[in-house]
Design a protein around this ligand. Sequence first.
Ligand SMILES: Cc1cc2nc3c(=O)[nH]c(=O)nc-3n(C[C@H](O)[C@H](O)[C@H](O)COP(=O)(O)OP(=O)(O)OC[C@H]3O[C@@H](n4cnc5c(N)ncnc54)[C@H](O)[C@@H]3O)c2cc1C
Length: 401
Amino acid sequence: MDVNRDFTSEVAVVGGGPAGLVCAIALKTAGVEALLIAPPAKPDHRTTALLAGSVTALETLGAWQACLPHAAPLKKLRIVDDTRRLFRAPEVFFDAAEIGLDAFGYNIENRYLMAALEARAAALNLPRIGAPALAINPDANGVAIDHADGKVRAHLAIGADGARSLARGAAGIGTRRRSYPQTALTLNLAHDRSHDDTSTEFHTESGPFTLVPLPGRRSSLVCVLDPSRAAEFAALSDTALSVEIERRAHSLLGTMRVEPGRGVFPLAIETANAFARARVALVGEAAHVVPPIGAQGLNLGLRDGATLAEIVADARRQGLDIGAPDVLARYDEQRRADVTSRTVAVDVLNRSLLTDFFPAHGARGLSLYLVDRIGPLRRVLMREGVTPAASQPRLMRGEMV
Ligand SMILES: Cc1cc2nc3c(=O)[nH]c(=O)nc-3n(C[C@H](O)[C@H](O)[C@H](O)COP(=O)(O)OP(=O)(O)OC[C@H]3O[C@@H](n4cnc5c(N)ncnc54)[C@H](O)[C@@H]3O)c2cc1C
């Protein structure tokens, strides 16, 4: 439902990427008045590996049915040490059946995920201003948000406006950020052999090279390279790039044909110093950016949205001010352990690949060896990957907010 005038709402969600849409839909289904301030999404050729908890949340919100025909199950994960170093780890194989699951999750092109979420938001008559927020001014009683066509007033603003968040700055929240000397080249491709529902991550000296299944004989690729090499690769013809990727994949999936649409993403890690403050709560990349390793980014972002919607809905049921400092503190506290543990794990793994520090290679090799050999350890890791102990909001357990 488009809105083009001054508007008052309990919550204003700034940003209509996947994290913002899921949070807004969750709030709306819980009976909270929510307004989206979101310009139309830009075309995106990337895919997202959604872990089981995220899939359950989308099912519960009524958005998964539209995703399913476009999503490929991730039944097995394989890690291959493709470095040429002295200490090389054994190949490690994770099978979802070992922990009683059909699949760890599903991989889907972002355009289909976004279309499903947009359709669900429209079906719920979620009010939407299709222009960006220009200024966000919190005060003691609420938040005033200026956009091109007017003003919005809300008790709480949710900053789902991505890595360069206006909302985060408006709340006076700083970040800790580090850039990596790496760029991710992304594309989708067709191949001759079946991927057998298996995602394969080759660990190389420049970072992971990860093939993730799509429906049919197609996969998505995230290839992490040093920036000059990524620029060279991005400039290759389709034919030359297909040959190079097949070589790097050791012809695992046979002959490859890259599809139109390549992306280039410089890698960084960034975490907000607080996830909520001054009537502004942050979700998704406004709160944390992690490199695309181990499919953590949006899965964390969806847990942010689900947790925040739950806390806001509970506060409202108790007749509390949903933007009050103690409500926001609860959100910050509930997200801290999950975000920190995932961010540190991804950072350590990535840096162990980049470093020339010999003992770090040994430690990584030994860790993967132990994971390969010790079944209970492997199963604990798999369960923690799919259903993190630190964060299981109701939506991720299949319950309504
Ligand atoms: C190469 C790559 C591969 C990845 N693969 C995976 C994966 O397999 N699994 C996974 O979980 N994660 C993955 N991620 C991470 C995932 O893509 C991000 O976590 C996710 O896209 C972030 O979603 P978001 O909604 O927080 O932000 P965004 O998608 O950036 O959306 C933010 C939105 O806010 C809007 N906006 C900005 N400013 C304003 C404003 N002032 N007013 C209103 N709107 C505004 C923007 O237009 C945009 O639509 C990957 C990331 C990369 C780079």
